[in-house]
Design a protein around this ligand. Structure first.
Ligand code: BGO
Length: 271
């Protein structure tokens, strides 16, 4: 059975370097259907049944850029067997913004902390076990440039793909938002696969302008959901999309505080 692994990460995280390292010269390059965004895929070196699908470099899965729309359409519609999320270890906080969204998709995820050579050179410390515990998915150090840890991380991605090992959905949102998401989730339940219900409920809550392409909600359902969102906006005195963004960053802030120590910073890794 063929295994498809999607490679996702921020621009400049080292995605191209890792993709080249994993696939060598056997790459197919084209465009994503209907858009002039480059599409690259290729078999994992030394295999015929594992394909690495490169996704455009993105910071988020919002509907605002072609690259983001291409990436999320692929992830949601094609459902790869696993996502290999490459993050820049020297810039963990910003890179985890995408990671938290990938973890809501109901697809197995492995995180590759790249640029580990620079992290070590800078004297910074990343507690990989703690980061893995906090995110609920495997986290491994790599240096795509030096080819360190790349075999191991892709082997882990194949393992989680074969086991369908989906991480638990991270507990990102406060009680007010969670209560609204639960109500939206019940309203959507009959329509979509259980594993993707959180992703869709967050997008509906954010009033994502392109979500109708996937969901085709009836007017009756929309009328039922809108007051649920409005109520949270009133309570938290912000718009729905900003509420989600800010709670995501709060969550990431806590994770980083627990698992990353910059050289020279006074803070010890907290328990
Ligand atoms: C230049 N370690 C180090 N030290 N650098 C890395 C690693 C790593 O593990 N992985 C990648 N890089 P892309 P996206 C460059 O191109 O793969 C470097 O956007 C330069 N170029 O070599 O392109 C990699 O696909 C001149 O650096 O990332 C590249 O995700 C001077 O990170 C950059 C210095 O990698 C981005 C660096 C002309």
């Amino acid at each position: 059975m063929e295994i498809k692994i999607a490679l996702a990460g921020n621009p400049n995280s080292g995605k191209t370097t890792l993709f080249n390292n994993l696939t060598g010269s056997r790459q197919r390059v084209g465009n994503w259907p209907g858009v002039t965004v480059e599409k690259k895929e290729g078999p994992l070196k030394g295999t015929n049944d594992v394909t690495i699908q490169d996704l455009p470099g993105i910071y988020s899965l919002s509907p605002y850029s072609l690259e983001e729309v291409v990436s999320r359409n692929y992830l949601v519609n094609e459902k790869p067997d696993a996502i290999l999320n490459i993050i820049d270890g020297t810039n963990i906080e910003r890179n985890l913004y995408l990671t938290t969204q990938l973890l809501e998709l109901g697809i197995p995820v492995v995180v590759a902390v790249n640029m580990i050579d620079l992290v070590e050179r800078n004297g910074d410390k990343i507690d990989l076990n703690r980061l893995s515990q906090e995110l609920g998915c495997p986290v491994m150090a790599v240096s795509a440039l030096k080819g360190k840890g790349t075999k191991e991380v892709v082997a882990k991605a194949i393992e989680v793909a074969k086991k369908h090992q989906v991480a638990p959905i991270p507990e990102i949102y406060d009680k007010t938002v969670m209560s609204a998401l639960s109500k939206i989730e019940s309203a959507l339940q009959m329509q979509i696969d259980d594993s993707m219900v959180r992703w869709y409920s967050v997008k509906v809550f954010e009033r994502d302008e392109r979500i109708d392409e996937f969901l085709k909600l009836t007017d009756e359902k929309k009328a039922k959901i809108e007051p649920i969102i409005k109520k949270v906006e009133e309570i938290l005195d912000d718009d729905a999309e900003s509420i989600i963004t800010s709670q995501r960053y709060d969550y990431i802030g806590t994770i980083v505080q627990h698992s990353v120590k910059k050289k020279g910073s006074k803070h010890e890794l907290s328990v």
